[in-house]
Ligand binder design. Sequence first.
Ligand code: ADP
Ligand code: MG
Length: 694
Amino acid sequence: MALTEEVFGINVFNDAVMRQRLPKETYRALHATIDNGLQLDPQVASVVANAMKDWALEKGATHYTHWFQPLNSVTAEKHDAFISPLPGGRVISEFSGRELVRGEADASSLPSGGLRSTFEARGYTAWDPTSYAFIKDHILCIPTAYCSYGGEALDKKTPLLRSMEALSSQAVRVLHLFGRTDAVRVTPTVGPEQEYFLVDRTLFDQRSDLIFTGRTLFGAKAPKGQELGDHFFGTIPSRVQAFMAELNEELWKLGVLAKTEHNETAPAQHEMAPIYTIVNVACDHNQLTMEMMKKVAKKHGLVCLLHEKPFAGVNGSGKHNNWSMVSNTGYNLLDPGDSPHESAQFLLFLVAVIKAVDDYQDLLRASVASAGNDHRLGGCEAPPAIISIFLGDELTEILESLEAGKDYSGREKTDMAIGVQVLPKIPKDTTDRYRTSPFAFTGNKFEFRSLGSAASISDANVVLNTIVAESLRLFADELEKAPDFRLALHELIVREIRQHRRILFNGNNYADEWVQEAARRGLNRLESTVDSLLCYTAAKNITLFETHRVLSAAELRSRRDIGLDAYAKILNIEAETMLMMVRRQILPAVIRYSGELSSSLLKAKEAGCPMPVCSGLLRSLNSQTEDLLRASETLGQILSSRLSDSDPLAAAAYMHDRILPAMREVRRCADALEVMTDQDIWPFPTYDRLLFSI
Ligand code: ADP
Ligand code: MG
């Protein structure tokens, strides 16, 4: 058997294992729970728990954990051994249904954004049976949601599951209008493409900035960057190939559908894309992917950098979130189809997405906001901070002709009702045009390209699911009441295209003209995380999330505050690291170099042969050093005069407005010194070695 088939899912308590190990009735009951999102019966849970434990013990597991995703974008686990004491000093391995379904977590150190006060620090975790349990490092991991005792979401999974429900119920209403009464459930599907960098471990270990912040805070450009385009899709170096092979194997064992691997644009940058799956599983799998990338890299003497912008001057890393919706009857709702009936339905779902993106540009931007991603969005390498949609020429023409009352070939239409014609085949765009767009239609799905490489994909998909649910809700409300469905459908589609065409843009999103054009069209331009996160608590957005029971006002506030707090803390760590490197490494190094230069100069003078080159170099070295000293003193002052007890918004705004510019200046001075200092004296590895040594 091929390796893939042999190892795929061997560490997963998946459907095949359940079918094999569970009594028929239990299996059927569990399936009903999973398929219909019902509560799990305690008796069923206890049978499942026992089977799961036996399976895990056979695989060498000793502990179990409720594996969850707190609000800081990593995963959390607390291990419990399967043991229960027996009389006579012996133990028995036990795992009850209660332990499977619900756990307690005293997680007072995890962020809650004020939702949970310390005196009631305990939260509880609840199994998400739609995501299979798996074994990782001898631990049985049970994917769970994490809530406070009051039921408030303290994690990234709970709102994702809620948003899936919201989307499903509204999409089903719309499908019923088209006579698809066999549709009872619609599920968002996602395939996230994960970008990352690999650097040599010994070089990484010499850089405090990489160690503490995941990115280089200093570094002059290497003579070569990505300008030759010779890295993208290039031959994969054997060391990287070995890493990828092991990564794939580890992911396959965990049931992750790792599919595509290639070199990315920047030197030392790569990408892995899995085959798409239902969004909550895609999210769990992406968290596992990031964890495995880090782990496997270590074994190969490498470090995997997931930061959005580890190096200035070359591309940063993102995560393209390919998103669509599938019905329980197997229809991809964003597939144009090839009958008139399907075309009309497709157009309605398409317009629902267009409306959603236009109405909630701010939320989409907020959902990808982080300190790291701020370096990337708008940097002419990633989509700009302005959200717009690329549809491609064919689809745009179709919408335009609908709006103008013409048929697709431009003829005056006699029958105004939609759906009498099959849409022309819409080609999957293969050109590079949409690469600059934040939100592109790619044949049968949308690709949201603004996500950061290090972030959980949950936030973006919570927003996507919810805003599309809202469009569909409004559409269903209107169409369910209509006396003539076809006529109402036509009117609705034409009206919505007209109302939201400003969000459509097929041109170059990097061009300055687009920034001006977008301003004329009244599109949002939220450049920083601080501005973006405030959108979470705008009145219209609270109403949206509360209408669909995805997040309450308090939960939204907590998410906003946690985001702002994280932003301020990240910048604080970066600034502290920067100062440490300047004071303990860069200044001592340049002073030593300038000492060497002075003594050579002195010797030369004594020997009667002055060295003008040397003295020129010394002069500029000294003046740059003074600049660096001044810039770092300024940064130090700004850093120490921040208010420690200010509210999250004020703290984040201070870091953005005051610290960032001061850090930029320190870096400018240090990078200027780097290029004039003896390589053997410079205190840490430079870009040429970091980016080109593997
Ligand atoms: P490209 O490389 O041109 O962007 P691919 O077809 O290779 O397009 O798809 C990229 C990602 O999109 C993969 O993860 C793939 O599984 C995912 N994808 C494909 N179809 C869907 C869909 N219907 N829903 C969600 N993701 C999808
Ligand atoms: Mg793609």
